[in-house]
Write a protein that binds this ligand. Structure first.
Ligand SMILES: [Ca+2]
Length: 259
C-alpha cells in the first residue's frame, strides 16, 4: 500500500517562467567564512507533533513546521555525524533535478554535471548540489546507502557558496525516508503526488522552512520519527522560488551506530 499525503504544492507557472536562474551563473561567490552554526530560530514544533502520524489517514498532512535545534554545537556533541564514516554510495535510482547526476564527463564538470547531488555527501561545503528544478513537481529524490544500519535522530542542511547572492535557492518543503532493504525505484510522478514505493518509512517532513540566505550555514533539525535504516531518500517538494534553482552544499545525518 502506498502512502498518500496531502501535498500542497503551490506551483505558480508565472514564477516558474520569471524566476528561472541556472546554477552555472553562481561561481562568483564563495568568499564568506564558513559559519557552521545555526541561528536558534526554533519556535515551532519540537519533536512530538502528531501531524506526522500518517498511519492510515490519507488526507492527513505528514508535514510539520521547520524548527532548528537550539544549539548545533550541543547537537554535534550528542550525536555522531553518520555521513562522515558510514556513507556508502549514491544509488542509481536518484533523481536529481533535470539532469543525470551520474554524468561526470569532463565537459560537464564545468557545468551542472559537476554540481550533482553527490556533492552533498563529500564533507566539503565548497562543493554543492545545484539543481535546476524547473520541473519542480517530481524534481528530486536523492537516494543513497550507508555501509551499515544507522539510527537517525536528526539531520542537517548546509547552504552553499553563494546563497547571499542568489536568495531563492533554499529548499522550503522536503521529506526524509529510510529503508532497511532498497525499495523499487521511485518515479517523478510519485514524487509529484506525494507517494513513495513500499518499503520507505518516513523519518521527517518539513513544510514552509525559511532557511537563512547566508553562505555555508548549517542548520540542523531533530527527526520527528527517528529510526534505524541502511537506505535513505531525501525528497525536495518545494523550493523558495518555484522554477528557479535549488542548492545545498551538504546534507548530514546525525544519530547513533548499531555496532
Ligand atoms: Ca559538498
Amino acid at each position: 500500500m502506498k502512502r498518500h499525503i496531502s501535498l500542497l504544492l503551490a506551483v505558480v507557472l508565472t514564477s516558474a517562467v520569471l524566476g528561472m536562474s541556472g546554477c552555472t551563473d553562481s561561481e562568483t561567490g564563495g568568499t564568506s567564512s564558513k559559519a557552521g552554526t545555526s541561528s536558534s530560530a526554533g519556535t515551532a514544533s519540537s519533536g512530538t507533533s502528531s501531524s506526522v502520524n500518517i498511519s492510515s489517514e490519507e488526507e492527513e498532512s505528514i508535514y510539520h513546521a521547520y524548527s532548528e535545534v537550539d544549539s548545533i554545537d550541543e547537537f554535534k556533541t550528542t550525536y555522531v555525524n553518520l555521513m562522515e564514516d558510514y556513507f556508502d554510495s549514491m544509488n542509481e535510482q536518484t533523481i536529481s533535478g533535470s539532469y543525470d547526476w551520474t554524468d561526470t564527463s569532463e565537459e560537464d564538470k564545468i557545468g551542472l554535471g559537476a554540481e550533482g547531488a553527490q556533492n552533498m555527501f563529500d564533507m566539503d561545503t565548497e562543493t554543492k548540489w545545484c539543481s535546476p528544478c524547473v520541473d519542480v513537481e517530481g524534481c528530486s529524490a536523492i537516494i543513497w546507502s550507508m555501509t551499515q544500519a544507522v539510527t537517525v535522530e536528526g539531520y542537517s542542511l548546509t547552504t552553499a557558496n553563494d546563497n547571499e547572492m542568489f536568495t531563492d535557492r533554499n529548499p522550503v518543503t522536503w521529506r526524509l525516508y529510510g529503508a532497511t532493504e532498497l525499495p523499487e525505484a521511485i518515479t517523478k510522478a510519485q514524487i509529484a503526488d506525494g507517494t513513495v514505493p513500499d518499503g520507505w518509512t518516513l523519518i521527517d517532513a518539513v513544510e514552509g522552512a525559511n532557511l537563512p540566505d547566508t553562505n555555508f550555514t548549517e542548520v540542523a533539525m531533530m527527526a520527528e520519527l527517528p529510526g534505524t535504516y541502511t537506505y535513505f531518500m531525501f525528497i525536495i517538494d518545494k523550493t523558495e522560488n518555484v522554477g528557479s534553482s535549488l542548492q545545498l552544499s551538504e546534507f548530514h545525518l546525525y544519530g547513533e551506530v548499531q555496532e
